[in-house]
Design a protein around this ligand. Sequence first.
Ligand code: CDP
Ligand code: MG
Length: 691
Amino acid sequence: MADFDLAATFIPSLHKPASLLPIARHKKSLLYTIETYPVTIVVGQTGSGKTTQIPQYLEQAGWCADGKIIAVTQPRRVAATTVAIRVAEEMGCKIGAEVGYSIRFEDVTSSSTRIKFLTDGLLLREALVDPLLSRYSVIMVDEAHERSLSTDVLLGVLKKILKRRSNDLRIIISSATLQAEEFLKFFAGDEDTQPRQESAVTLDDLISQGANKSTSTGHSTGQIVNLEGRTYPVDILYLEAPSEDYVEKAVQTVFEIHTKESDGDILVFLTGREEIDNAVQGISERAASLHPRAQALMPLPLYAGLSTEQQMYVFEEAPENTRKVIFSTNIAEASITIDGIVYVVDTGFVKLRAFNPLTGIETLTATPVSKASATQRAGRAGRTRPGKCFRLYTESNFERLLESTVPEIQRSNLAPVILQLKALGIDNIVRFPFLTSPPSELVIRALELLYSLGALDTYAKLTRPLGTRMAELAVEPMMAKTLLSAATFGCLSEILTIAAMTSLGGSVWVPHDGEKKKMESARRKFAVEEGDHITLLNVYQAFITKGKKEARFCHDNYLNFKSLTRAVSIRGQLKRYLERFGITVPETLSSNPNLQPLSVGGPDKGEQIRRCLTTGYFAHAAKMQPDGTFRNVAGGTVLHAHPTSLMFNRKAEWVIFHEVMETGSKTFIRDVSKIEKGWLVEYAPEFYKIQ
Ligand code: CDP
Ligand code: MG
C-alpha cells in the first residue's frame, strides 16, 4: 500500500475517521432501507458522508456480488473525479481498480471496478448500449437537489427502468433537504402506460413486458433516510445598502473579516473565473498593506476550469499563521466540501445557463441565487464551529429571491437530451415522466433543430443512420452532424481535430503574467483569414508535429500543453466512434514545421471545411454589420466577436460560430469562421424556409 497514486500524497492528512461522520450512525438503517425498498432518498448536509461512504457500505454489504457494479452519478465532472480519488484512497486501492470514474472522454475504470463514479450524462449515454443499465445493482443519483438537466432526465429514465428491474435494482437519491418528498412522490407516482411502438424493441417495449408486477405506493416504493448531520449556528449579516460592485465589495469584506474576526478560513462565492482571478489578484495586491507581523492571507481560486492539481490546493491546510481565503464558483456550494471554513461571503449571484428558444441563443449569465442556494451557502460556514455568513445584498433583496433555482430542464437547449431520449426509444417526449416538465417552446425548438439537422424525420422519429449516430457521438448535435458530414466534404481528418479542439471547454491559450500582447502575436502565427476553426486546426497540427516533442514549444507559443494533450486524446476517442460506425478516417494532416498558416492541404480544403461546418452550425449564423458587430439571422440580437476570436476587428460578411455567451450586457460569439450566405440555404433549406 506504500506507493499508490498521487492522490495518496496529500489527501491522508485530511482524513477524518469515517466512523466519526454523521452517516456512520445510520449505516444499519440505511442498508436495511436499501435492501427493502427499490428507492431510498438520503437527505443530509454536505459533508455527512453520503457520497464517499454509501458506496463503500454497499460494497461491504455484498451489492457487488456476481460482478455487479455500484454507480454513483455526479452532475459535475470535477466532483466525479475528486470523490472517486478520495474513495479509492479510503479503500486503499489504485484509482481505476476497484474504484474508478468515468467522465466524457476520460474513462478510468477497469474490469475490476466495483464502485464507479460518473457524470449523470454519461450514465444516460450508457443506457444507449445497455437500456436497462443491467451492469449496475445500485445506482445512486448524487446531488439530485441540483436538478441538473441530465439528473432530471436520468431520474425519468430510471423510473422507467425500475418498472422492469424492481427486484434487482436499487436506486438511491441523495439530496439536500428541501426536495426529498418531491423525489419520493415522483418515484411512487403512477405513470401513464406508454403507447406501444411499432419499431424495433425499445426501452418502452422492454418495460411494458415486465411492468404491472407491483402496484407502487409511496410506502412500498421508497423511504426517506434523514442523516441530520451536526451543524453549528451561522450568523447571517446583510448589507444595509446594495453594493455596486460585488467583486470589489467581496475583497473589502475579506479584509474586514481578516482584520476584525477571529481565526478561520473564508469562502467567497463568485460567479466565474474572471471574477475569481480578479479577486485573487485584488487580495494579493492589498495584502502588502497588512501589518508585517499580522497573520497572512492566502487567496486560492476554485472553479471547474482549473486542473485537478490546482483544485487540490484548496483542500490543503494553510501554512502556520496564514488564513486561507477561497474564491469559488458555485462548485463549493454543495458538491465540494472544504474543511475549516468559518466565514462565508455570499455575493448573491451564480452563473446560470439559460437558453432562449426565440433566438436560439444559449447564455451564461450572472443571476441572483435562490433562497435555497443562499441557505446552502451560509451553511458552509457552520461545519466545524459556529460561523458567520456575510451576504453582500440587503435583507429585503433576500426576501425577494426565488424559493429554489429554476431546474435546468426549464432553461436549457433540449436538443441533446431529446436526441438521447429518442435514441433510447422514448419517442413520445410529452409523456416522458419528467420531474418538472420542460416548457413546450423549448421542446419545439429542440425538435425543429434536430429536424433541420436531419436527425429526426417529419414524424419526429430518429433517422437511421444519421440520427442514431448523432446520438451516440459524445459531442453536441451540431458538431455531431458536422462530423458525420465531413467524409462527403473530404475533410474528416480536419473536422475531427476541430471537434476535439472545440470540445476542450476552455481556451488553449495561456497568457503568461502580463504578456497578453506577446500571446496575441504568438496567436497570429497560427491565424488564418477564414477564421478561428482553421486556426485551431493549425494549432493542433503544429502541436502534434512539433509541440509534443519540443519541451518549450507550448511555452514559447503561449499554448496549454495539457489542453492540447487532451485534445489529442479526445480526437482519438471521436475517431474510434466513427470507426465503430464503419467510417474510416483518412489521416490527411500534413506536417507543417514552419508554422505557416493557411496550409490545410490544398487550395479548396479550407472552403470544404467551412462548408462542412455550415452543415452543422447553420443555426449559429450571423451577418456582419458596418460597425463590426454581428446580427443573428433572426435579426434581433447584437453579437460581438469575442476578443479571443480572430474575427474581432476583421471583416467578414457571413459567419458561423461555435458558441455564444452573454457576459454582462454583451453577447459574444466564440470560434467564428467566415462562410458564404448561399451555403446556409444550400445546407439548411428547411431551416431557412422556417425563418
Ligand atoms: O456526500 P456528502 O456531502 O454527504 O459527504 P462526503 O462527500 O462523503 O464527505 C465525507 C467527508 O469526506 C467530509 O468530511 C469531507 O470533507 C471529506 N472529503 C474529503 O476530504 N475529500 C473529498 N474529495 C471528499 C470528501
Ligand atoms: Mg456528496
